[in-house]
Write a protein that binds this ligand. Structure first.
Ligand SMILES: Cc1cc2nc3c(=O)[nH]c(=O)nc-3n(C[C@H](O)[C@H](O)[C@H](O)COP(=O)(O)OP(=O)(O)OC[C@H]3O[C@@H](n4cnc5c(N)ncnc54)[C@H](O)[C@@H]3O)c2cc1C
Length: 464
């Protein structure tokens, strides 16, 4: 079949370069890694997925899947493949009694969080309303609720997907336990997920927000924050980042004028009776930090669970970014000093943001009945990323990421979480050899011809 001809038995024809359907289906959030597959189609139903798979087979193309393209730099480019953008139109539904939400592929956390909040419930969602729920969940999912809830992937109760044979399956712990296990953190490449069912939990109130100080205060703030993390209750999860915003960034006036340190996160009060405790935990976190210096902006306050989606102040629009991620066994005084030398005030860092997400708690415990990725044995996730503009080049960013990796080597666990990986070219690993082998066996029985091979995360490709 030639490019542009109708796929066998289809009404929705994949688009080719230059066509509008191609432009729509290849939109990505990370503009530094545009998707340039051979063909692309937006799928909104199981029937359309099946037609697309038929088309890929007829054309001899592999199949890649995405939703928002937040991870477009974190996965191998979809060269030569048919790229499916999943955008199922059915609404997020919540069974409040069972505390389960059914989330169609294409839904973002901005769709899920308000639907759950109507029932006083929350999901183990990420920091951005724009991130796709399915991609985040399949890749692990690090939530500000995660020190209580664990990796978000293990809150998945069922996965609906179209596999390479065209079958639409609903996979859960009792129907297809091996596939269900492998889907949860196995690194992808099993098919096109059309919906997931996820566990929700009560969230009566959340103390959330972000406090900012001039970066000159970073050494003392980082020391105090690290000290607080050592005994922090599991209701709380936070991050500390150094921010170098571009001069023309659309920011409140108080955040202009130089690099900043930001401490943000959330403290969960599951029931109303826990609200006092959550406020005390937040006060214990913030009191020693506010004592270092008055923040230039401080938005921490009690509020509804939905407010957690805006605390981290993630980018509201697609933009180009390049970065890196490591899982650190610990961050001690020497690690903090090494980090500040490369990211602190006067370092000349080209990164817009660099810092640590607090792990531990339920993140570090194997989830009972969990999937291929049950937990992470690390106290902190390092994340750093920048934008190749305003005089900063891709080489500047790459060189800085390399230097930061070298500086943090003594604390680097050697593991990564797929949802936090920023750059497909950097070393990544999230499965040990027995788990990678077990996932590989499930994958080859589900997709014997390797239609979805290009969709496998590099961190799951442990040598077999
Ligand atoms: C601003 C920002 C904030 C973020 N915050 C967090 C955070 O707090 N915690 C965290 O853990 N991560 C976070 N991330 C990372 C984010 O979770 C990952 O980039 C995630 O992969 C995004 O999923 P997506 O579907 O939106 O992205 P996409 O790039 O569309 O998809 C990523 C991958 O998911 C798979 N996938 C997506 N849809 C389907 C489908 N329907 N069927 C099968 N496979 C599919 C594919 O393998 C695809 O390559 C953030 C990223 C950004 C840019």
């Amino acid at each position: 079949m030639t490019a542009g001809a109708q796929a066998p038995g289809t009404g929705t024809r994949p688009g080719y370069p230059g066509e509008r359907a191609y432009a729509t289906a290849t939109r990505v959030f990370n503009l530094a890694a545009p998707a340039r597959p051979a063909a692309a189609v937006t799928v909104t139903s199981v029937a359309e997925v099946r037609r697309a798979l038929d088309h890929a087979r007829a054309e001899g193309m592999g199949v890649r899947v995405h939703t928002t393209g937040h991870a477009s730099a974190a996965v191998a480019p979809p060269t030569g493949a048919l790229l499916l953008r999943t955008r199922f139109g059915d609404p997020v539904t919540v069974d409040a009694a069972a505390r389960v939400a059914r989330v169609p592929a294409g839904a973002t956390w901005g769709d899920v969080v308000p639907a759950a909040a109507e029932h006083g419930l929350a999901a183990a969602h990420g920091s951005s309303a724009l991130v796709g729920a399915v991609g985040y969940l399949l890749g692990g999912g690090v939530s500000f609720y995660g020190r209580r809830a664990g990796l978000a992937v293990n809150t998945v109760r069922a996965v609906e997907l179209v596999t390479a044979d065209g079958a639409h399956r609903r996979v859960d712990a009792s129907s297809e336990p091996e596939l269900f296990w492998a889907l949860r953190g196995g690194g992808g490449g099993f098919g096109v997920v059309t919906a997931v069912e996820i566990e929700l939990f009560p969230a009566a109130e959340v103390v959330t927000g972000a406090a900012f100080w001039p970066a000159a205060q970073a050494p003392e703030l980082l020391a105090r924050w690290l000290s607080w993390t050592r005994g922090a209750p599991e209701e709380a999860a936070t991050s500390l980042r150094i921010l170098h915003f571009p001069a023309d960034a659309p920011l409140p006036p108080s955040l202009r004028g130089g690099p900043l340190v930001c401490v943000d996160g959330a403290v969960l009060a599951a029931e109303s009776r826990d609200a006092g405790r959550a406020r005390t935990i937040a006060a214990d976190l913030l009191r020693p930090l506010r004592a270092v210096a008055e923040p230039v902006l401080d938005t921490w306050r009690p509020g509804p669970a939905a407010a957690v989606l805006s605390a981290h102040m993630d980018a509201p629009e697609p933009l180009p970014f390049r970065g890196d991620h490591l899982l650190l066994r610990d961050v001690d005084g020497d690690a903090a000093a090494a980090f500040l030398r490369l990211a602190g005030e006067g370092s000349g860092s080209p990164l817009v943001l660099a810092g640590f997400r607090q792990l531990g708690g339920a993140f570090a415990r194997p989830a009972p009945g969990g999937g291929a990725l049950t937990h992470v044995d690390a106290r902190f996730a390092y994340l750093g990323s920048g934008a190749p503009f305003g005089g900063v080049t891709e080489d500047d960013l790459r060189d800085h990421c390399t230097a930061m990796r070298a500086a943090l080597t003594p604390w680097d666990s050697g593991w990564t979480i797929p949802s936090l990986v920023e750059d497909a070219a950097r070393p990544q690993r999230h499965l040990d050899v027995p788990a990678a082998r077990a996932v590989h066996r499930v994958r080859t029985s589900t997709d014997p011809d390797g239609l979805f091979t290009g969709d496998i995360a590099r961190g799951a490709r442990t040598p077999l």
